[in-house]
Write a protein that binds this ligand. Structure first.
Ligand SMILES: *[C@@H]1O[C@H](CO)[C@@H](O)[C@H](O)[C@H]1NC(C)=O
Ligand SMILES: *[C@@H]1O[C@H](CO)[C@@H](O)[C@H](O)[C@H]1NC(C)=O
Ligand SMILES: *[C@@H]1O[C@H](CO)[C@@H](O)[C@H](O)[C@H]1NC(C)=O
Ligand SMILES: *[C@@H]1O[C@H](CO)[C@@H](O)[C@H](O)[C@H]1NC(C)=O
Ligand SMILES: *[C@@H]1O[C@H](CO)[C@@H](O)[C@H](O)[C@H]1NC(C)=O
Ligand SMILES: *[C@@H]1O[C@H](CO)[C@@H](O)[C@H](O)[C@H]1NC(C)=O
Ligand SMILES: *[C@@H]1O[C@H](CO)[C@@H](O)[C@H](O)[C@H]1NC(C)=O
Ligand SMILES: *[C@@H]1O[C@H](CO)[C@@H](O)[C@H](O)[C@H]1NC(C)=O
Ligand SMILES: *[C@@H]1O[C@H](CO)[C@@H](O)[C@H](O)[C@H]1NC(C)=O
Length: 777
């Protein structure tokens, strides 16, 4: 029950009448604002306490439920002690990471004793659980900050608890060590050089500075060794331009406010240095950090928020539901909170009155009603990191989320979005993929797990390679126990006003699992990070990606972000064009940007059991059928279906097309492709793995061919000065046909070790309108 997204538990596991339980969704969320409060803000002092109490209840409930594998735990203390010893016995679940994709590898075992339902075990044992925060103001406000330092993200009581928790939790032990290892590398490196990269400004160096300052400040507070304090100071001096050689322009634009992300990330770094090390800086140092941050960061933010913003620093303040709004408001808010009451200029207080309402109207709304990030799966990292830092900073400083976690009632679903968009062969990373991540990780999942009471988010994220992060030392709840996959549905369909996409898989814990991601959705409304990709899919199996995404074009090419209208220059670049996607192309042209597809999705609701080995019955399946007609010109009708067949061992892609112009089926692969003599079968090879792709029941004239992943000779020319990035090693598997009516059935059969050829299914034709959970083997 704890992790079943398709069924609604009849009552709140937190007790009936729980105001933080949504009866219709079945989720525990802190999203129902108390009716009597005119502010509509939730006091996070209350939810935090509730989460602790709730954990006690859930611990009791699940303690007995989890007893299916263990001796019956009669008291919370016994359950906690038992969970703690199980945790120590197992250690870190993942045995390593996949060398190609960096995803965790889990041992293959059907021994269920090791794994149980996701839960937060109830305990007040200070070596196993965070203590309660004593700062619980009755009238929280953005300017009523906690009396002690740090204010931001990691209050003093958490630092005091840390050593004991680290000693008792294998993940925290590992993260602490890794943070020190990384910090030591950066300690010995030169300060981050100033590198200006055209349209991306100084975002990479800004994020590197932030990454280092987080790590150095963490190491100092854990050890009290002044070498870390001194090294933090050097990095601050450097990015203030105070070391020999300077750093950027010697005026108010040093932090490049025309590309405000850069300014925001540096402000964020200074905020952490100022606040976390507050008691260790001299007065002169504190003053220098504050004035540098005001001069290059907060003052630029004030210009961005003013009516008179000639340089357009603050374009992201207006109707921008995406990562920019989160990252920029995050940096300005943390910077302002850090110096509030020390700041003689008033800019901090002025900005706080603007950033919180602005983030509530924009950043907080970037998560759609189903959890999908409205830009792209990769931009989720930037946006959610910004949102989680912002919320965590505000909660720690004021004792309340001030609506940042609760005013979008579906924000808690953001964690599901990330989990389902992650396949065993990397993300289903449709659209643009952003620049280097540095400080943007998936650790928002950890924070959402903590604040929304979702143990499965924490369990998923703690095994990932980006988990060793100073934030996680405070966002992880060490009472978390169990396996994220236990009872987790293998499939999920996401649908909101601008996105429709589905995720289907054969296992959550097997790197060789079969995975399909497919999307329809609108082609506009994604902050111009979209591709013309209705019907686009990815397929993973046997530890690799067979059909995948090409990713970004170079962000600096002309016209890339100017518009997403039909005639936008963006749509001239191969990777953004319909020809660069794994979908149908009509008339060798682009899809209609006004596409409004409709989708049917169904699943047997198969869940993974408690162990890493999913037991899939032969009738377990899921399918997605989209009417994509509106995405095409010259087309009477076009439907695409995709499904898992044969107990999730094969995939069928079926298209029903009636078009008055040429038709081309296209899919991009890193594989070496060999066609059979009649061109009805393509054998794909990646390393030792093989996938057979057959054109079944093919209409006359239909056959596979292969093409280079380059623009077609008939494509309109690129904008002056524009070029396509090369797609080295990528082949397009294609089926080219003249105008007409066709049903194309493409059957994908990964060659599973030990599976005999007679065990593969060759389903007979079923029209898409007749697809059901039982229409295929
Ligand atoms: C964290 O790691 C550092 C470096 O290995 C070590 O000195 C410190 O004792 C660790 N902290 C705890 C609480 O174990
Ligand atoms: C941090 O250290 C880990 C373990 O050595 C390493 O894999 C990782 O690449 C490091 N991260 C960075 C950003 O250097
Ligand atoms: C570091 O200093 C703080 C404050 O004086 C103290 O509470 C803490 O125990 C010290 N930590 C170590 C590892 O010495
Ligand atoms: C700041 O300095 C840079 C580089 O010297 C210069 O190009 C820019 O015009 C200056 N901006 C202002 C606002 O003075
Ligand atoms: C850098 O130097 C300037 C000019 O002396 C000073 O105003 C500022 O406070 C310094 N900043 C830091 C972080 O040391
Ligand atoms: C090729 O492999 C890379 C690296 O794993 C992956 O990011 C990309 O999506 C793959 N491309 C295709 C077309 O599958
Ligand atoms: C799967 O779950 C959904 C949502 O609870 C339900 O509507 C549907 O009937 C279930 N399907 C099957 C085959 O159990
Ligand atoms: C397809 O539709 C486009 C846009 O309506 C039109 O310009 C083009 O001539 C059509 N092509 C064919 C082959 O009918
Ligand atoms: C298969 O395709 C190749 C080139 O792609 C072509 O030369 C050959 O004639 C085709 N074979 C058949 C039977 O159509």
């Amino acid at each position: 029950m704890a992790a079943n997204y398709n069924s609604v538990p009849p009552t709140s596991p937190y007790g009936s009448g729980d105001p933080y339980y949504n009866e219709s969704s079945g989720y525990i969320t802190p999203h129902n604002p108390p009716k009597k409060k005119t502010s509509g803000w939730i006091k996070f002092g209350i939810p935090v306490a509730l989460i602790i109490i709730a954990a006690a209840v859930v611990g009791g409930v699940l303690g007995s439920r989890a007893a299916r594998n263990k001796s019956s735990a009669s008291s919370d203390a016994a359950a906690a002690a038992s969970a703690s010893s199980v945790k120590k016995d197992i250690g870190i679940f993942a045995t390593g990471t996949d060398s190609l994709y960096g995803l965790p590898l889990y041992p293959s075992t059907t021994n269920s004793a090791a794994y149980s339902s996701p839960t937060f075990v109830s305990t007040t044992d200070s070596s196993l659980a965070w203590p309660q925060d004593s700062f619980q103001p009755s009238n929280p406000s953005i300017t009523a900050v906690r009396p002690d330092r740090p204010r931001l993200i990691a209050p003093a009581y958490k630092w005091a608890a840390l050593p004991n928790l680290i000693a008792n939790d294998p993940y925290m032990t590992f993260w602490n060590q890794t943070i020190f290892m990384n910090a030591t590398i950066w300690y010995n490196a030169d300060p981050v050089p100033y590198i200006y990269d055209g349209g991306n400004g100084i975002l990479d160096p800004a994020r590197q500075v932030k990454q280092r300052i987080k790590a150095f400040s963490y190491c100092y507070r854990v050890t009290n060794d002044t070498k870390w304090l001194d090294r933090t100071w050097v990095e601050l001096q450097n990015s203030a331009g105070n070391l020999t050689g300077g750093w950027g322009p010697d005026n108010s634009t040093k932090w490049n406010p025309v590309h405000f992300l850069d300014t925001a990330e540096l402000t964020n770094a200074y905020a952490i240095a100022y606040d976390w090390l507050y008691d260790s800086w001299s007065d002169d140092q504190k003053s220098a950090i504050m004035w540098t941050m005001i001069t290059y960061g907060l003052n630029a933010g004030a210009i961005g928020y003013s009516d008179n913003d000639p340089m357009y620093y603050g374009w992201w303040t207006t109707n921008t539901q995406g990562n920019w709004n989160c990252v920029c408001n995050d940096g300005l808010t943390l910077g302002s909170l850090a110096i509030l009451n020390d700041d003689p200029t008033g800019v901090a207080e002025q900005l706080l009155a603007q950033t919180i309402p602005n983030a509530l109207a924009n950043c907080v709304q970037a998560t759609s009603s189903d959890g999908t990030w409205s830009e792209t799966p990769d931009y989720w990292y930037f946006g959610s990191t910004g949102h989680a830092e912002l919320a965590a900073g505000v909660v720690s400083a004021t004792g309340s989320d001030l609506g940042l976690l609760s005013s979008n009632p579906n924000l808690y679903l953001s964690g599901l979005f990330h989990m389902y968009v992650t396949g065993p062969g990397s993300l289903f990373h449709y659209g643009d993929n952003g620049v280097n991540r540095y400080t943007a990780t998936a650790n928002a999942l950890m924070y959402y797990g903590l604040m929304y009471g979702k143990p499965e988010y924490q369990l998923f994220q703690r095994d990932q390679t980006d988990a060793p992060d100073p934030w996680n030392m405070f966002w992880y709840n060490p009472t978390v126990s169990g396996a994220f996959w236990d009872d987790l549905p293998l499939d999920h369909y996401f649908s909101n006003s601008i996105d429709q996409w589905a995720s289907m898989r054969s296992s959550w814990a097997d790197e060789n699992a079969l995975y399909v991601g497919i999307k329809a959705g609108t082609l506009q409304g994604h902050q111009t990070h979209n591709d013309l990709d209705v019907g686009d899919f990815v397929v993973d199996a046997l530890g690799t990606r067979w059909f995948g995404e090409l990713g970004d074009e170079n962000y600096l090419v002309p016209g890339y972000f100017t518009s997403d209208a039909q005639d936008a220059q963006r749509w001239l670049y191969y990777r953004k064009r319909t020809e660069g996607q794994n979908t149908i192309m009509i008339d060798a042209g682009n899809q209609n940007v006004e596409a409004a597809p409709t989708v049917t999705f169904d699943t047997t609701n198969t869940t993974q059991g408690s162990t890493t080995v999913a037991d899939i019955s032969s009738d377990s399946t899921a399918y997605f059928v989209g009417d994509l007609t509106s995405a095409y010109f010259n087309t009477t009708s076009l439907k695409r279906g995709i499904r898992m067949i044969n107990g999730r061992k094969q995939v069928l892609v079926q298209d029903e097309i009636n078009a008055q112009a040429s038709v081309m089926w296209r899919a991009h692969t890193n594989a070496t492709v060999t066609l059979s003599n009649n061109n009805q079968t393509a054998t794909l090879q990646i390393g030792d793995a093989q996938m057979v792709v057959e054109l079944q029941n093919a209409p006359s004239g239909a056959a596979f061919s292969t093409m280079a992943a380059v623009r077609l000779p008939t494509d309109p020319p690129l904008p002056a000065g524009g070029s396509d990035l090369p797609n080295d090693g990528v082949t397009v598997l294609a089926i080219s046909l003249p105008e007409g009516s066709y049903t194309l059935e493409v059957l994908m059969s990964p060659q599973w070790p030990g599976m005999s050829s007679s065990s593969y299914a060759s389903p007979s034709s079923v029209a898409l309108d007749s697809w059901s959970l039982t229409s295929h083997p």
